[in-house]
Design a protein around this ligand. Structure first.
Ligand code: PGA
Length: 251
């Protein structure tokens, strides 16, 4: 059985004080981690506050990005080694905003996935097509290619433990959610891709999130789909109430 995983992706929002206040507001109402894993991915500058406030609670922590080298002359980058030493659990990699605005390539994302594992953390690997690609009927092929490139040379055990987030770019921050059937269709394609690259056991274990305008009103429906194991949530994760409704969607 795959444990559902709902992750807030704060993007470039909130300062350390906001972070502490948010965690204080949610930390005693989070689901047991064996039922639903609740995660917050916060900006690097907020991670010390996130870790301090989340300590001893059911809140799991994520960075929104990292570099693929542990140290060196890489001005402005975040070390995966240091994230791991700080106690961070997950790192989101390959978000479409990183791919589009910061020109991250499939190769960079694959290197980051290896670096995250090398530092005993778990990657949340994002993929998803643009509206143009979807309208050209190439969404499946696009996502298959992104997933294949991101997983290159990872072991079956690593892939079984990671998280893949399917986020159609046209649904991010637009209020336009993919229908649960559209989301399920591509999440199924992702699971089949993992099966063809590895085996059925691995594809049964890998957790797949849907992201793109997930909110309390649609989370239950999305989570009812067989290949959707969680959500990666931007806007609706910024308010404690809304985040709590998302992670407690089973209640
Ligand atoms: P959204 O963002 O929920 O605001 O659409 C999702 C994401 O980019 O992870």
């Amino acid at each position: 059985m795959r444990t559902p995983i709902i992750a807030g992706n704060w993007k470039m929002n909130n300062n350390p004080e906001d972070t502490t206040n948010f965690v204080e507001a949610v930390k005693n109402q989070l689901p047991d981690s064996s039922k639903v894993e609740a995660v917050i991915a916060a900006p690097a500058v907020d991670l010390p506050a996130l870790l301090a406030a989340a300590k001893g609670s059911n809140l799991h922590t994520a960075a929104e990005n990292c570099y693929f080298e542990n140290a060196g002359a890489f001005t402005g980058e975040t070390s995966p080694l240091v994230l791991s030493q700080m106690g961070i659990n997950y790192v989101v990699i390959g978000h479409s905003e990183r791919r589009d605005y910061f020109h991250e390539t499939d190769e960079d994302i694959n290197k980051k996935a290896h670096a995250v594992f090398a530092n005993q953390m778990t990657p949340i690997i994002c993929c998803g097509e643009s509206l143009e690609t979807r309208e050209a009927g190439q969404a499946e092929e696009w996502v298959q290619r992104q997933v294949t490139a991101a997983l290159k040379d990872l072991s079956a055990a690593q892939v079984a433990s990671l998280v893949i987030a399917y986020e159609p770019i046209w649904a991010i921050g637009t209020g336009k959610t993919a229908t649960s059937d559209q989301a399920q269709e591509i999440c199924h394609v992702i699971r089949e891709t993992v099966k063809s690259l590895y085996d059925e056991e691995t594809s049964d274990k890998v957790r797949i999130q849907y992201g793109g305008s997930v909110k309390p009103a649609n989370v239950k429906e999305l989570m009812s789909k067989p290949d959707i194991d969680g959500g990666l949530v931007g806007g609706a994760s910024l308010q404690p109430d809304s985040f709590l409704q998302l992670v407690n969607y089973q209640d």
